[in-house]
Design a protein around this ligand. Structure first.
Ligand code: G3I
Length: 382
């Protein structure tokens, strides 16, 4: 017990020293590490999804790590419809957290991303409700979508660089998801969302964002979707491949083929939500409920941190992925990690996952070192 107490005391002293270093010097201890944003400054932006504790500074270490390592930010949750427009009507908005998020990005000179305007998930029920007597009709829902997008995008006009306008509109087989948006408005809900966003901020970059685009049928569906929008004269400037990946899926060959295919669309290609799930069963999830079953059945085997063998395998996985991103640096404009440290990741959900570059003590993992080395080997502006 004494040994454990001593170690705990040492850990708290180390943590206090770290915090003290921040308060006295104003520079974080993290400022001494090589920075991903500098390592890849001639290749693509290096972004990260941040949460409210980080952009409000409550998570002092997390905020310091974001400033030191990244030059783009995405809002993990605060700009989703349920967060920013929880209740109907003009007074139903809650902009405080999103305002703080944008201010954080501006203060730190970062490329600020908006995520996301139209999605089947995290959208309040009221959006799809009729008047109690009649079901919601197309025109009313279009008006709600237009009001939301004009209000939110308009508020941050010239401040948010690019928006995930529509998120996850496709099934793995490449057909349109049977969401409330599709059922009530029709297939043109996607074009309308882009139209409204472009009206609200003509200079903002506008993206379509989805996961598992390495699945050929889904990728083909996304390509057809972008080409259709382009054919209609819709202002779509980018496609986001989320890349929530596993240790073995997708293969680097699949990622390579995907970036090659998306790169031919003439729009920016972004890796928008990168993380590597070290717990889930190998291979691609066929559907969300399979993923949920896997989550519940995959043993929580790394509750005391990652064995070095897995740290090294994760480092290699990230180095292999970045090797492909660098190969396509001419079309890849940004690589964003979906979370700052392992402790922040959505992939925990009752388990201890280790999907990112920094551990629960904000320390770089071997995967971070591997990416700094990958940049050096690529000879970029380091
Ligand atoms: O805000 C409520 C809080 O009031 C409540 O006390 C708490 C209790 O559970 O829940 C909070 O809401 C949570 C929300 O994150 C905000 O923290 C939801 O339960 C939780 O489900 C939600 O998870 C987010 C998830 O999207 C929702 O689908 C994750 O943080 C976020 O990382 C994740 O991100 C998505 C991208 O937006 C789109 N691509 C997939 C990616 C992973 O699912």
């Amino acid at each position: 017990m004494k040994i454990r107490f001593t170690l705990t005391r040492v850990a708290s002293v180390v943590l206090m020293a770290g915090v003290l270093a921040i308060s006295v010097t104003g520079k974080s201890a993290f400022g001494q590490q090589p920075a991903l944003k500098n390592a890849y400054k001639n290749d693509f932006l290096i972004g990260v999804a941040i949460n409210q504790r980080q952009f409000t500074g409550q998570d002092t270490n997390g905020a310091a790590l974001v400033k030191a390592q990244f030059n783009s930010i995405s809002p993990e949750n605060v700009l989703k419809w349920e967060a920013v427009h929880p209740r109907p009507g003009a007074d139903g908005y809650n902009f405080d957290p999103a305002d703080r998020y944008v201010e954080f990005g501006e203060k730190n000179g970062m490329a600020i991303i908006g995520h996301t305007l139209v999605w089947h998930s995290q959208t309040p029920r009221w959006v799809f409700q009729g008047d109690g007597t009649n079901a919601l009709d197309r025109d009313t829902l279009l008006q709600r979508m237009r009001d939301h997008i004009h209000t939110v995008v308009g508020r941050y006009k010239g401040r948010i660089k690019g928006w995930d306008v529509v998120n996850e509109a496709l099934y793995d087989n490449g057909t349109l998801r049977q969401s409330q948006w599709l059922k009530i408005i029709g297939e043109d809900y996607i074009a309308k969302a882009f139209e409204y966003a472009h009206e609200a901020d003509p200079d903002a970059e506008l993206h379509y964002n989805d996961y598992s685009l390495e699945t050929e049928a889904k990728r083909n569906g996304a390509i057809a979707l972008i080409k259709k929008l382009q054919g209609q004269g819709i202002h779509v400037t980018g496609i986001g491949s989320q890349d929530h990946v596993k240790m073995d899926w997708p293969t680097t060959e699949q990622v390579d083929a995907t970036l090659t295919a998306l790169g031919k669309l003439g729009v920016k290609v972004m890796i928008t939500e990168l993380d590597v799930d070290v717990l889930s069963a190998r291979g691609q999830n066929r559907s969300a409920d399979v993923a949920e079953v896997q989550r519940q059945t995959t043993p929580n085997i790394y509750t005391n941190g990652l064995p070095d063998s897995v740290q090294q395998a994760l480092a290699q996985r990230y180095a292999d992925l970045f090797g492909v991103f660098l190969k396509h640096r001419d079309v890849v404009s940004r690589v964003t990690f979906w979370g700052v440290t392992d402790g922040d990741s959505w992939l925990n959900r009752g388990r201890q996952n280790h999907p990112l570059l920094f551990d629960r003590k904000w320390q770089p993992k071997p995967a971070f070192d591997a990416l700094i080395e990958a940049a050096r080997k690529a000879g970029g502006g380091r």
